[in-house]
Design a protein around this ligand. Structure first.
Ligand code: ATP
Length: 328
């Protein structure tokens, strides 16, 4: 293993997600395992610009494997988008003696890391942390599995009240550009229909499906809707539309919102974070850079950051068919 890297910085950037703390812990402890130093950078790239750092040893990450959010805090930094901001960041990095950076975040954070690398030839390794699972080069991003479990848990509760009152619930979940959460949590929670950004179901089909469901004897229904669905109406307009066209339904709306980002990470996310953190640090020690660690077919893999940013993370279209069959 190459030993020219003696100190690694780690930061969390963009939207927080459950499992980020477990990833920080893994990076810190892998550094300690290999006898190198680790520096925690607060508030993502903004902390890099402001020199908001803390030396981290294996005991500084005790009791965080089970915690949601990120102890290093996260931020979106407009200043890091400027050359002046990145120059300040580089000066701080040199002053602190850092030799490489682990960036835990989404594609925007990876873009920032790549730009920084291209300007200063500074080694950067990415760990995908976002609940949306919208990053190419990994089947799972950190926090996605936890978010699925959170959404399913919420919908289970909504189902109790839906079935007691014979109601139809439209449940909006996160996913502006990707339907992974809606599709998987929708199937897991037994949704009647699932509306996602990747596929426009159409209003007619939705009405038909709801009519069919009523006729088949179902007394309550759940429709899961991703924020970025393409049906052309927001969730409240959709309720009004169904109220007007299917008066036999008593429709309610539930927008799950930010609760989907929080909570203790699932076991899957904790294990994933631990595996990805080890690979990120050891890849840097092997002299690698500009890569994202990810999980493909249950193997930890490396994907060029550029591909991870540009590539599209496709939904599994078979799941659409599975969902259809499940609503028979
Ligand atoms: P999420 O998926 O939760 O939105 P993200 O990592 O994509 O996470 P962004 O807000 O897009 O979140 O990016 C995080 C930060 O990365 C930005 O606030 C900015 O500091 C930095 N960044 C993004 N794009 C660039 C860029 N082109 N140049 C320099 N820095 C960038």
């Amino acid at each position: 293993m190459q030993k020219n890297i003696k100190k690694i910085g780690v930061l969390t950037s963009g939207g927080d997600s459950p499992g980020m703390n477990a990833a920080i812990r893994s990076v810190v402890r892998t550094c300690a395992y290999h006898g190198i130093e680790c520096v925690g950078i607060y508030r993502g790239y903004q902390g890099l610009i402001e020199g908001d750092f803390k030396e981290m040893g294996p005991r500084s990450v005790n009791n965080i494997v089970n915690k949601g959010g990120t102890i290093l805090k996260s931020a979106r930094s407009a200043e890091f988008r400027t050359a002046e901001g990145r120059k300040k960041a580089y000066d701080n990095v040199v002053k602190a003696g850092m030799d490489a950076l682990v960036v835990i975040g989404g594609d925007g954070s990876f873009t920032g890391g790549l730009v920084f690398n291209s300007e200063y030839n500074f080694p950067v390794m990415g760990i995908p942390g976002t609940i949306d699972n919208d990053i190419f080069g990994t089947s799972h991003t950190l926090g996605y599995d936890t978010a699925l479990n959170t959404v399913v848990d919420c919908i289970d509760k909504i189902r109790d009240t839906a079935s007691s009152h014979n109601r139809l619930f439209f449940v909006e979940v996160m996913g502006r550009d990707a339907g992974h959460i809606a599709l998987n949590a929708g199937i897991g929670a037994g949704a009647e229909e699932i509306l996602i950004p990747e596929e426009n179901l159409g209003l007619d089909r939705l009405l038909e499906s709801l009519k069919k469901s009523k006729a088949s004897g179902k007394s309550s229904s759940i429709v899961v809707i991703a924020e970025g669905d393409k049906i052309g109406k927001n969730v409240f307009e959709l309720k009004d539309y169904v109220d007007a066209n299917l008066p036999e339904y008593d429709v309610r709306v539930s927008v799950l919102g930010h609760m989907q980002r929080g909570g203790a990470p699932s076991c899957f996310d904790r294990v994933l974070a631990s595996r990805l953190g080890v690979k990120a640090v050891e890849s840097l020690l092997e002299g690698k850079s500009n890569l994202m660690v990810g999980l493909l077919e249950d193997k930890v893999t490396l994907t060029p950051l550029e591909q991870a940013i540009k590539g599209k993370s496709e939904i599994d279209r078979d799941l659409l068919r599975v969902s259809d069959i499940m609503t028979t």
